[in-house]
Design a protein around this ligand. Structure first.
Ligand SMILES: Nc1nc2c(c(=O)[nH]1)N[C@H]1C(S)=C(S)[C@@H](COP(=O)(O)OP(=O)(O)OC[C@H]3O[C@@H](n4cnc5c(N)ncnc54)[C@H](O)[C@@H]3O)O[C@H]1N2
Ligand code: MOO
Length: 417
């Protein structure tokens, strides 16, 4: 194994690489999925209601179904007494109709008998069983939920592309839809490479470390709404890596690797995938996250992201390149995390020539808005500082000084969009 001493190509930009990635990603084909599995996904076509909701007139109170005209003059001092001719309970109603001068005991959600035009709550009565004394005349239609008054058949429920949250899942269930057309969640295989890596929970020796990247990336995949398959650690042996990758391709809509893409003598990912001719490798004017690779592997041309091994580099690369790709696969827009503009309360110098993604924390400002403060050092190994951050400040490549009090571009890492 030899070092690779020279940069063969000039560094590209973040924008160029994001373009390369998005050009190489197709939205997954939509299909009818079980309703609950669609949570967090956009619907792929406009949805109109197949039915009226409620689908029958029913009571909104426990009480008595009556004809309003039978209760003219009812009062505290002179209640009107009506015979109770039956009962209508939700889901077990046998009463279809009633004649004038009678009442039907009725429960919330039970069908209103034909002939009734209002419901009297039990609190207005003596709660009688064979007959009931009623102390108040209801308004016409009072406590009756009319067929279709919530949703009418044919009504637009969701525009194409609208997101299914818990309320929308409930809405579609409420109109009887067991399935809904969405793009599926991408199945994403996450592989860590490196002879120095060990599984958390195991023992370390003097030159080994715990694999944090595959856990962090798998968690980030899941948070993006996709399905993560975390594969065990693969060492720096090319055959082992090639075999592990080809074993995984059958279940992958995308693959993410971490490590093995820079200039070391054992950069296995680059070594194996360079030979395929279908994966681009290069450096970007970006820090962290300079060494990157993206392309397609296997017969099905599965997209593969080869992220740098330093934990912060890996995470920032996920945010900037992988997250937009996964969102494109699911049909979610916008694909990239929106940048917000915030005032930074501490200045710093920024190395020229590379777009910086600076770990930061957003805090409430005395004026009621928010400010952002840098967190910790620049090292790409500083997992502690990464975890203490909830934002990245994006500093353009040509900016060398960020002044305290200036306004900067910020990615809010924990915010859904
Ligand atoms: N001569 C040069 N050396 C390096 C360059 C360069 O341009 N010239 N680039 C540096 C930059 S920038 C980065 S980023 C890293 C990327 O290297 P690799 O992607 O090849 O990653 P590794 O060498 O395998 O590991 C780097 C670093 O990260 C640790 N690591 C790796 N995987 C994990 C993991 N799953 N969990 C936790 N930590 C991990 C690994 O032990 C190394 O310390 O290259 C620089 N070098
Ligand atoms: O780009 Mo490396 O990702 O700076 O540490």
């Amino acid at each position: 194994m030899a070092f690779e001493p020279h940069d063969r190509e000039p560094l590209g930009t973040v924008e160029e690489h994001l373009h390369r990635v998005l050009e190489g990603i197709e939205p997954l084909p939509a299909f009818e999925q079980p309703l609950i599995d669609s949570l967090g996904l956009p619907v792929c076509r406009q949805i109109t209601s197949p039915m009226d909701v409620p689908s029958f007139d029913n009571s909104s109170m426990d009480g008595y179904a009556v004809r309003r005209e039978d209760l003219a003059g009812a009062s505290e001092d002179s209640p009107v007494q009506l015979p109770v001719v039956g009962e209508s309970a939700a889901g077990q109603s046998k009463i279809l109709g009633m004649s004038g001068g009678s009442a039907v005991r009725i429960m919330t959600g039970a069908p209103l008998p034909q002939g009734a035009d209002a419901v009297v709550p039990v609190e207005w009565t003596d709660a009688g069983s064979a007959s009931v004394r009623i102390r108040r005349q209801p308004d016409a239609g009072q406590h009756v939920r009319r067929r279709g008054d919530d949703i009418a058949e044919g009504e637009l429920l969701m525009e194409e592309g609208a997101l299914l949250g818990p309320r929308q899942v409930g809405l579609l269930a409420g109109v009887g839809m067991a399935r809904v057309a969405t793009r599926p969640r991408p199945r994403v295989v996450v592989i860590s490479t490196g002879a120095e890596l060990r599984e958390p929970g195991g023992r370390l020796s003097h030159d080994t470390i715990y694999d944090s990247n595959s856990f962090m990336l798998a968690a980030a995949v899941r948070q993006a709404g996709a399905i993560a398959y975390r594969v065990g650690i693969v060492s720096d042996d090319p055959t082992e890596f090639a075999d592990a990758l080809s074993d995984q391709l059958v279940r992958a809509d995308a693959v993410i690797t971490s490590g093995g893409v820079s200039k070391g003598a054992y950069d296995v990912v680059k070594e194996v995938l360079s030979q395929t001719g279908t994966v681009w490798f290069g450096g970007l004017r970006m820090q962290p996250g300079k060494p990157q690779g993206f392309g397609h592997v296997g017969e099905d041309r599965v997209p593969i992201f080869t992220l740098p091994g330093n934990p912060v580099s890996s995470y920032v690369s996920f945010q900037v390149f992988v997250l937009p790709a996964l969102r494109k696969m699911m049909g979610r827009t916008p694909v990239s995390r929106p940048r917000v503009r915030l005032r930074i309360d501490e200045g710093f110098r920024s190395p020229a020539g590379r777009e910086q993604y600076v770990r930061a924390r957003v805090r409430p400002a005395p004026d009621g808005g928010s400010t952002v403060s840098p967190v910790g050092g620049h090292g790409s190994h500083l997992l502690g500082d990464l975890s203490a951050s909830d934002a990245l400040v994006v500093v353009p490549a040509d900016t060398e000084v960020v002044e305290a009090g200036s306004t900067v571009d910020v990615l809010l890492l924990d915010q859904d969009f």
